[in-house]
Design a protein around this ligand. Structure first.
Ligand code: ZN
Length: 212
């Protein structure tokens, strides 16, 4: 996998790159560390069976973040294409009755019922009120929203927009909240007020109002 590095940075010499597969990651997560001239990429065991060309794209994504440069390769395209296809094949194993009703309401009201149900998971963390993970097709919503149906639906809507819009990656910068995304988001009734309510709620819980 040294070639992933050399192809990006032919002029940087003396670096060594190694890859380790680890069981500590969910889905297809990975990280990168550099100590001196040794670069280690740790990736989820799930990557083992994936084409080396796609793995190379992942490594290059991590490398350009590490070196804070903007570059683009065919392997990185392959990687993004792979990630975007994962929701379709991800096994559906997790659900929660309250989140399921929220999903049904939001799907019917805003997506004409066209969104396939993702995995639905209750989160205990307060740092993030909601997330959408492409690799496992999972919407996680913090349990603190269970008692606030309208807010829960609004966060559910936001996360389902991620599933719908996916993301665009250009030169290593990921636009998760594109202009189109924000325009869609604003279609939720009382979106502005709900944003403020979420901020208030987050403050009382000493958490940071942030969703991904
Ligand atoms: Zn988001």
């Amino acid at each position: 996998m040294q070639s992933a590095f050399v192809e990006l940075f032919p002029d940087k010499v003396g670096y060594s790159l190694s890859v380790k597969y680890s069981g500590k990651f969910r889905g297809y997560n990975a990280n990168i560390r550099m100590r001196g001239s040794d670069i280690v990429v740790n990736m989820s065991r799930n990557w083992r069976g994936v084409s080396p060309e796609i793995q190379k794209g992942l490594i290059q994504e991590l490398l350009i973040r590490l070196f804070k440069v903007r570059m683009h390769t065919i392997n990185m395209d392959l990687y993004h294409h792979f990630i975007k296809g994962l929701p379709k094949v991800a096994p559906k194993t997790q659900s929660h009755p309250v989140l399921e009703r929220s999903f049904e309401r939001v799907n019917a009201a805003f997506f004409a019922g066209m969104v396939d149900r993702p995995n639905l998971r209750l989160g205990s963390g307060v740092l993030r009120l909601g997330t959408y993970e492409y690799a496992t097709d999972t919407v996680t919503i913090t349990e603190m929203l269970l008692a606030h149906e309208e807010l829960m639906d609004y966060v559910m809507y936001h996360e389902l927009l991620h599933k719908k819009h996916q993301y665009s990656a250009k030169g290593g910068r990921h636009a998760h909240h594109s202009r189109q995304f924000r325009e869609d988001e604003a279609k939720f009734p009382r979106a502005d007020e709900l944003e403020k309510e979420l901020q208030r709620l987050a403050r009382t819980q000493k958490s940071v109002w942030k969703f991904w």
